[in-house]
Design a protein around this ligand. Structure first.
Ligand code: SF4
Length: 321
């Protein structure tokens, strides 16, 4: 059954939203290398993998390093998954490095080393979900697709639906709203997607929207409704003491070590030999300082091995080969 989208603004209001947000982007967009006129589809794809759940400021140096090392999918596919994980550094959610490596391998095997233009072929690549396929179609190839990330959802929720926050998860109705909000003209639709995303990142931010700087303040449904409170309290991302934190600390030790390290040194970091490299010593110190119980470290190490982010060799553990 086709669900109905939340109500659309009046046509003249929608035209103003299009015009003002796109014009704002032209004046205020960040100068990012994956938006350069000579960007490649691969550059865009790598940026989209990295930017999911990670802010631009942390992505930039890692993206630049990746582009130096692996300027094409074939370059990455020719390297080991361990190198990809090592160079992922501290971006977090390092399974994305494995997925990107798998996508690069498939691009070489299926598409002669060229990121496919076809949306269905993009979607068929390992590790490429609906968002990434749409984002690469739009930002690399200028195609008309509906891109919906958290920033876009937030701007739609506020400016159009009058809510403080979008629903906790993407609904079919929100997707239909995003489709119907896009300008009819294909080039304008591409510009709209990137412009709304940037407005959400820089102005219509989650915690403190900068409404006084917003180009659509006078048409914003949430402001017009008197800025009602959200229907729910967003869950804060806890970090301290979590398995995510412990997994990150173990991965840092593996990344910084010159080779595999004794498994026991990861489970009893107080006994670990930090080695001579400053990065390795720092990573061991961080793992120690967590004070994580052995049971948690065992669980986290087991998870990293099961995910293919680490590999065991006898009593030693290292990055995958
Ligand atoms: S006026 Fe404020 S809430 Fe509305 S879209 Fe702009 S920044 Fe967001």
């Amino acid at each position: 059954m086709r669900t109905s989208a939340p109500e659309l603004p009046a046509p003249e209001t929608l035209a103003r939203l299009h015009e003002r947000i796109i014009a704002w982007f032209a004046e205020n967009a960040r100068d990012l290398p994956w938006r350069a006129p000579d960007r490649t589809a691969w550059q865009v794809m790598v940026s989209e993998f990295m930017l999911q759940q990670t802010p631009v400021v942390r992505v930039l140096p890692v993206w630049q390093r990746w582009m130096q090392l692996w300027p094409t999918p074939a370059d990455l596919a020719a390297s080991s998954t361990g190198e990809a994980v090592r160079e992922w550094g501290r971006l977090g959610y390092p399974r994305r490095a494995l997925r990107l490596h798998a996508a690069a391998t498939a691009i070489v095997e299926r598409h002669g080393g060229h990121v496919p233009r076809d949306h269905a072929q993009l979607l068929d690549l390992p590790g490429v979900g609906a968002y990434t396929a749409a984002a690469v179609s739009v930002f690399a190839f200028g195609q008309r697709q509906t891109v919906i990330d958290t920033n876009i959802r937030r701007v739609h929720a506020r400016a159009v639906s009058g809510k403080a926050l979008p629903g906790k998860s993407l609904t079919a109705a929100q997707t239909r709203l995003a489709e119907e909000l896009m300008p009819a003209d294909d080039d304008a639709a591409v510009a709209w997607n990137v412009s709304v995303m940037e407005l959400g990142a820089l102005v219509c931010t989650a915690r403190s929207p900068l409404c006084d700087l917003c180009p659509v303040l006078e048409d914003c449904a949430w402001v017009a409704a008197g800025r009602p409170e959200p229907d729910y309290v967003p869950a804060g991302q806890s970090w301290q003491g979590t398995d995510r934190q412990a997994r990150g600390a173990i991965m840092a030790v593996l990344r910084e070590a010159e080779g595999p390290v004794p498994r026991e040194s990861l489970l009893r970091p107080d006994l670990a030999e930090p080695g001579n490299r400053p990065g390795a010593a720092k990573a061991v110190r961080r793992l120690r300082e967590l004070g994580a119980p052995r049971e948690q470290l065992e669980r986290c190490l087991g998870g990293l091995l099961a995910d293919g982010l680490a590999g065991a060799e006898g009593d030693d553990v290292g990055l995958p080969r």
